[in-house]
Design a protein around this ligand. Structure first.
Ligand code: ADP
Ligand code: MG
Length: 697
């Protein structure tokens, strides 16, 4: 067994290393920069860079890279070696402060949604000193934000950092009103639970759909799926266990607090979760988790599938985003406090979240929208596309008591005075029962369960931070002006509950009744990415983002475009892959099988006309009928792809892909899946669901 405390963070230029290796004044200056989120001055940067380089070289690094998160949702890196030539034909290893704080990748091929045309292709990357540099694959990686020359965000980190500023600022205004002047920083904290599938690499390589699209586009149901529920929390198989062990070790070296691992509901499905941390670090770490899962799986002859729905008929994969807000003095603002006065503060922060989720259902939905996640949301395995909040019975009763001026836990009419009544602590077990809610209070944090497994958590958290910052900002505006703070606080809390309680739902989110009830309450039900995206550029949302300096109007429009384009491209690639697999794999299988059966019929008849060929003839007939249908659906899909090209408007194209191309894909799939159940095993060109799902032991 390795010495875990010894390896933990060994590849990270963390506080301990900084303290050891930096001159005292430089260390202090850097810490100040980190605490105040300021830019680093070049003299300090030069000293830090040099120490970083020495440390990295000792650990075997030869290169450095600015590690950033473009709007593709995955990370990007361009490696430069430390070498620099000397006049005497030798080299020295160099790394300057300038190279540390700023990079200039020629990044014209990253999506920008029209913000940056290729003639002004260069963007720049800037170090985020709040996220430590680390060594991965002999390369010193510097976490950076990625912007255009005129300062527009081209990545997922920048808006997240801006949203952290917003929530810090507004939360501190509230805390001041409660007398907490000692708080210097309020941060969102996040612990994302990551789901994924592991399948055998050799089988994966035979499935073009998995290779090109990350999900299966065909596949008949195997006789056994997840119905016995015998995989959930089952003992971890040796090959998976070896993978998990290596994953843990590598993550620990990178300072990622990998904590929990278990088997999930579907066969071949698993989950890993870290201990929570500040949201921008959690986002960086989650990217590392996803990346390492892929590379380490490969070493074990496995492939890690991060797609939201790799297999039809069994659960898809999500990412539960556990979110809270904490002060630098160690107070979790979503934890009911010890004293009545603290409880008033808790109730106010709770109300801020309730109001935010109700007013910005659309943005939360958009923050998790992707072609892949559309397969999950609304199916009976994941939260529905309708956003609602679960508070649990106890907290809901308290909220109702406040709204109705009754006593919590008492039947008679009396007033529950905010700031005077002691609230109970909510044991986690009591609040965590509802697994169907998209947004559940779990004792001292909210669990936002709609995120897709492959998504960057930056989008959802940037939205969460911003919308809660907006509630807090409105609350602070009111409370700062109040003559009688306590009275104003009470009426503010009451009002908020009254106005936004429609978003609270503690029942079964998977039921049909809820869909009807939600409609009655006027809640949004944005079923697909295409339904949701137009809301991004509504006046209300542009106002929100510009007020808190998260996005300029141009930046919002660019994100809208990038998301639409991505949606269209994903569906287009899937449709082409289906046609390719059908034409070059499925059709030859069908023909070969028919040929062999026909040969049997001919041979039998040659021996004796009296031999019955009923079985063979029936098979030939049913397969022939299906192949007529197959031909028709290939044509239909092919034509719809051509027709999509004719559309000029992006939204119109995306809608067409959703409403026509996607439906044609499903129809083609159902014919192929039926054929699969009839064609001999050795004729079928692709590994089956049964083989893929039960390939690892
Ligand atoms: P489960 O949801 O599987 O029951 P837990 O509730 O224990 O598991 O934790 C889920 C995740 O929530 C973990 O990553 C944990 O670190 C995280 N978490 C716990 N407290 C907080 C908090 N205050 N802020 C953000 N995440 C938290
Ligand atoms: Mg959970």
């Amino acid at each position: 067994m390795e010495n875990i405390p010894g390896i933990f963070g060994s590849m990270v230029f963390n506080d301990k290393v900084m303290k050891e290796r930096l001159p005292k004044d430089v260390y202090k200056a850097l810490k100040r920069t980190i605490a105040e989120q300021k830019h680093l001055n070049l003299d300090v940067a030069n000293v830090v860079a040099s120490a970083m380089k020495e440390w990295a070289i000792e650990k075997g690094a030869t290169h450095f890279t600015h590690w950033f998160q473009p709007m593709t949702g995955v990370t990007a890196e361009k490696h430069d070696s430390f070498i620099s030539p000397t006049p005497d034909d030798n080299i020295i290893m160099e790394f300057s402060g300038k190279e540390l704080v700023r990079g200039e990748p020629d990044a014209s091929s990253f999506p920008s949604g029209g913000i940056r045309s290729t003639f002004e292709a260069r963007g720049y990357t800037a170090w985020d000193p709040t996220s430590y540099a680390f060594i991965k694959d002999n390369t010193l990686c510097i976490p950076t934000a990625f912007c255009s020359y005129s300062g527009e965000a081209l990545d997922k980190k920048t808006p997240l950092l801006r949203s952290m500023e917003a929530i810090d600022k507004e939360a501190k205004r509230i805390l001041k009103l409660f007398g907490h002047d000692e708080v210097k920083r309020v941060s969102a904290t996040v612990g994302p639970e990551q789901e994924f599938f592991l399948i055998d690499k050799a089988l994966y390589e035979k499935r073009p759909d998995l290779i090109y699209c990350g999900r299966t586009l065909f596949g008949a149901r195997p006789p056994k799926g997840q119905e016995l529920e015998d995989h959930y929390f089952a003992s971890i198989k040796p090959r998976v266990s070896a993978f998990m062990k290596e994953l843990d070790t590598e993550l620990w070296k990178l300072g990622v607090l990998a904590k929990t691992k278990h088997n999930e509901v579907a066969p071949a499905q698993h989950e890993v979760a870290p201990i929570f941390t500040t949201v921008n670090i959690a986002a960086d770490h989650n990217q590392l988790v996803m990346e390492l899962m892929k590379t380490i799986a490969s070493k074990h002859g496995l492939v890690c599938l991060l797609h939201e729905k790799p297999f039809a008929g069994v659960n898809g994969s999500g990412k539960h985003n556990n979110w809270s807000i904490s002060t630098d003095t160690g107070i979790n603002l979503l934890e009911p406090g010890e004293t009545p006065y603290d409880n008033a503060q808790f109730l106010l922060f709770l109300c801020a979240v309730i109001k935010a989720v109700d007013e910005y259902q659309d943005l939360l939905r958009i923050s998790v929208a992707s072609a892949g996640n559309d397969h999950r949301l609304g199916a009976n395995e994941a939260p529905p596309a309708i956003i609602s909040m679960f508070l649990g019975d106890e907290l809901t009763e308290i909220i109702e008591a406040i709204e109705n001026d009754t006593c919590y836990n008492q039947k008679e009419k009396c007033q529950m005075e905010i700031g005077a009544t002691v609230l109970p602590h909510f044991p986690k077990d009591n609040t965590d029962r509802n697994r169907t809610s998209p947004f559940a209070f779990t004792g001292n944090k909210f669990e936002f369960r709609m995120l897709g497994s492959s998504a960057s958590i930056s989008d959802a958290n940037a939205v969460l931070n911003t919308i809660v910052a907006e509630s807090l900002s409105q609350f602070a505006d009111r409370l700062e002006k109040a003559d009688d703070f306590k009275a104003e606080l009470t009426s503010l809390i009451k009002e908020t509950i009254k106005n936004h309680k429609r978003i609270i739902f503690n029942g079964n989110n998977y039921s049909d009744e809820w869909v009807k009830e939600a409609e009655k309450r006027g809640l949004l039900n944005l079923k697909s990415t295409v339904d949701a995206l137009p809301y991004l550029i509504s006046e209300k949302n542009i106002k929100l983002f510009t007020k808190h300096n998260i996005f300029s109007e141009a930046e919002i429009n660019s994100r809208y475009q990038v998301m639409l384009e991505k949606y269209i491209k994903v569906l287009h690639i899937e449709a082409l892959t289906m046609l390719d697999m059908t034409r070059r794999g499925i059709i030859p299988s069908v023909i070969n099988y028919l040929k062999d059966i026909s040969e049997v019929v001919n041979n039998k008849k040659a021996i004796s006309k009296d031999f019955s060929c009923k079985l063979e003839e029936n098979l030939i007939e049913s397969i022939s009928n299906l192949s007529v249908s197959l031909y028709k659906h290939i044509e239909k899909l092919d034509n719809s792809i051509l027709e999509a090209k004719e559309k000029e408007d992006l939204l119109e194209t995306a809608k067409y892909y959703r409403e026509v191309v996607f439906i044609n894909m499903q129809e083609l799939r159902s014919v192929v899946d039926e054929l699969e159940t009839k064609i001999g095993k050795k004729y079928w060109s692709f590994p089956t669901y049964g083989e893929l799902l039960y390939s690892v032991y």
